[in-house]
Design a protein around this ligand. Structure first.
Ligand SMILES: Nc1ncnc2c1ncn2[C@@H]1O[C@H](COP(=O)(O)OP(=O)(O)OP(=O)(O)O)[C@@H](O)[C@H]1O
Ligand code: SF4
Ligand SMILES: [Mg+2]
Length: 372
């Protein structure tokens, strides 16, 4: 990678809490080039949002933060709020799970778009209005001229997220950080919003960080993937490599916990049992050890580093697991799945032909009328 747009090195973030210091991010490093998408995936509490807020410079002042975040040639850590705000205006945008948190309820959609368009650029009122309408059209808002006058509460969740993306595009982004942008939306809208983020990326040439807990979203959007666990990256690879040559049990678990159309119809999903550890006074051990089906004694005595595991170039595929070299394609160890498949429960009804089974729910002549 020659000249990355974003270069994060050994980023660490800790919060003081009543019960002790919470080490939310414990050393994360990656490079991201313009036009590429990095998927950051991991369970709740793994440090995904704290990482993105650190990059945006949106963490409270009372956090302890160290390492380096170089965006577009400038070190962001140590900059004042004013300097960071200027840098954000120059191409760093964030799309949150809840679009209402990015929109101001008392201003119309049009006013907010025009503000985004004119805050850092000299545009006449007429030019800004025309560009705002065009952006609403680009993100698929019907009757954009009319909707310029609407307020956020007059839009559905999906439409609000479209407006947020229009505002992001207005800022001529170099980097778009999308933190669970579709989690609050229903499935059909989710796909549309992901497509729209790709469209915004294609039109602006921005790099994207797609934060999600959903491997399906990663598969659809990312070029490279970083799997986070307990505040640290535990596997890092190009997306195809990660899905086909997974080398870290936690990533194998995440992949096993999602439905796959390419797997046998009756194969059950394998949940990862247990919970991630508390991020206070973590012992010197693999943080996944208590949940890992292939843990050995050595896993409990030191925390594995993220090291090269693939056949590609240095740093291309890395994993933090002392047994990575024993894991083979398809998530196998000694020819058996790292996460053994649970038995398929035999339904008592399976032996009874469908037509002989009792009716559970019967619906006749159901009608639904819309009031508008
Ligand atoms: N302001 C704060 N003070 C103390 N601890 C915090 C604070 N913000 C986050 N944390 C802790 O940092 C850890 C990482 O949180 P983060 O929000 O980054 O998780 P996440 O991966 O984004 O999870 P989710 O998928 O639920 O959004 C969690 O243990 C969280 O409780
Ligand atoms: S280091 Fe040990 S406990 Fe951790 S993921 Fe690897 S095998 Fe499992
Ligand atoms: Mg989060």
């Amino acid at each position: 990678m020659t000249n990355p747009l974003l270069s994060v090195r050994d980023l660490r973030v800790s919060f003081a809490s009543e019960t002790g210091t919470v080490d939310a991010v414990r050393g994360i490093s990656f490079d991201l080039e313009a036009g590429r998408t990095l998927g950051i995936v991991g369970e709740s509490g793994s440090g995904k949002s704290v990482t993105s807020l650190a990059i945006m410079g949106l963490l409270d002042e009372n956090v302890r933060i160290s390492g380096s975040i170089i965006f577009d040639g400038q070190e962001l850590l140590g900059k004042s709020d004013k300097q960071l705000s200027a840098i954000r205006g120059n191409g760093l945008v964030m799309i949150f799970q809840d679009p209402l948190s990015s929109l101001t309820p008392v201003f119309s959609i049009g006013a907010q778009l025009i503000e985004a368009l004119t805050v850092h650029r000299a545009l006449s009122k007429r030019e800004a209005w025309a560009r705002a309408v065009q952006l609403l059209e680009t993100v698929g808002i019907p009757d954009p001229e009319q909707r310029m006058k609407s307020f956020p509460h007059e839009f559905s969740g999906g439409m609000r997220q479209r407006v947020v993306i229009a505002i992001a595009m207005a800022n001529k982004p170099k980097l778009i950080i999308a933190d669970e942008p579709t989690t609050a939306l229903d499935v059909t809208i989710q796909a549309q919003i992901l497509d729209l983020i790709s469209k915004a990326q294609a039109e602006t040439g921005a790099a994207v960080i797609m934060i999600t807990h959903d491997m399906g979203v990663v598969a659809k959007t990312a070029d490279d993937v970083l799997v986070m666990y307990a505040g640290k990256p535990v596997e890092k690879a190009p997306v195809h490599e990660l899905f086909h040559r997974t080398r870290m049990p936690y990533s194998i678990g995440l992949l096993g916990a999602i439905p796959r159309v390419d797997k046998a119809e009756k194969q059950p999903l394998v949940p990862i049992k247990g919970n991630p550890p508390l991020l206070i006074n973590l012992p010197n051990a693999c943080p996944f050890a208590s949940r890992c089906p292939i843990a050995i004694e050595a896993c409990h005595t030191s925390e594995p580093d993220l090291v090269d595991v693939g056949n590609g170039s240095v740093g291309e595929h890395q994993a933090a697991c002392i047994r990575s070299h024993e894991i083979t394609d398809g998530g196998l160890i000694d020819g058996r799945p790292v996460f053994p498949l649970p038995p398929i429960p035999e339904s008592a009804l399976a032996a009874i032909p469908r037509e002989d089974r009792p009716t559970t729910l019967e619906v006749r002549n159901l009608l639904r009328r819309s009031l508008s």
